[in-house]
Design a binder for this molecule. Structure first.
Ligand code: NAD
Length: 226
């Protein structure tokens, strides 16, 4: 077995970060080498990153960018699950990926990444059906529409697709694509039952990113769907 991957988790006290820490601690393929919290000073962040093989980040776009900057300076791999990016933040991340491997994904569930593929095929085969995306998340989620809903709409290759967002209760994440035509409606739905599906996907991504060349990667690269 290869040496355990020395992992730093950013946003470690959050809903996602705490599950990543728990699952990595219980898995011999990883050694949890550090937790980064909102209170962690920038200088300490740069030191911690130097001790890592890889970083997994579920925080907020500005914090993710600061971590990506530290990762790029130290040439360390970073997996980013944070959503809600502005176009200029995305451009800055893209520039940082020239110096280190970065895997950015709004959704680490394998099922959702297969859904994008099914959606693209269905949209191509039913070009005259009207398309719409609906998503449901817990009421504390900060961004709307979700990054996954935006990616699902983009996967259709149709330009602007209406997205309806609901923020209710403790829903982990549900996405439905509807293709509606005369006298019929096709619906493709993914439901996450637990945050562990995202945390486990992010950990697989960290292992996959080990030894990769600098660049901006996505889950479709890991899954061989690119
Ligand atoms: P959360 O609010 O529970 O956790 C975010 C954590 O980041 C908090 O503990 C906060 O203190 C911390 N944080 C904020 N600024 C920080 C900084 N500068 N340094 C270190 N930590 C900092 O939110 P969550 O539900 O865990 O979600 C986090 C992000 O991940 C959101 O953008 C969410 O949309 C996204 N998300 C992605 C996936 C995926 O599969 N890609 C799945 C679920 C959530």
């Amino acid at each position: 077995m290869p040496e355990p991957l020395r992992l730093i988790v950013v946003g470690a006290a959050g809903r996602m970060g705490s599950r990543v820490c728990a699952l990595a601690s219980a898995d011999r393929r990883f050694r949890l080498a550090g937790r980064v919290l909102r209170s962690t000073p920038a200088r300490r962040l740069r030191e911690i990153v130097c001790d890592a093989d890889a970083i997994v980040d579920f925080s907020a776009p500005a914090a993710s960018l600061a971590c990506a900057q530290a990762a790029a300076a130290a040439r360390k791999a970073i997996v980013i699950g944070t959503t809600g990016w502005t176009p200029s933040q995305r451009l800055r991340l893209k520039a940082l990926s020239r110096r280190a491997p970065i895997l950015l994904s709004p959704n680490f569930s394998f099922g959702v990444n297969i859904l994008y593929l099914l959606a693209k095929t269905a949209s191509r085969l039913l070009p005259d059906h009207e398309a719409g995306v609906a998503e449901l998340h817990h009421s504390l989620k900060k961004d709307a529409p979700s990054g996954t809903a935006l990616a699902l709409a983009a996967a259709l290759g149709r330009g602007k697709v209406p997205i309806v967002s609901q923020r209710l209760g403790d829903a982990v994440g549900e996405h439905t694509l509807t293709l509606a035509g005369p006298s019929e409606r096709l619906e493709l739905t993914h439901r996450a039952h637990s945050r562990d599906v995202f945390a486990l996907g992010a950990l697989e991504a960290a292992l996959w990113l080990r030894g990769k060349r600098p660049g901006l990667y996505a889950m479709k690269d890991l899954l061989g769907l690119a």
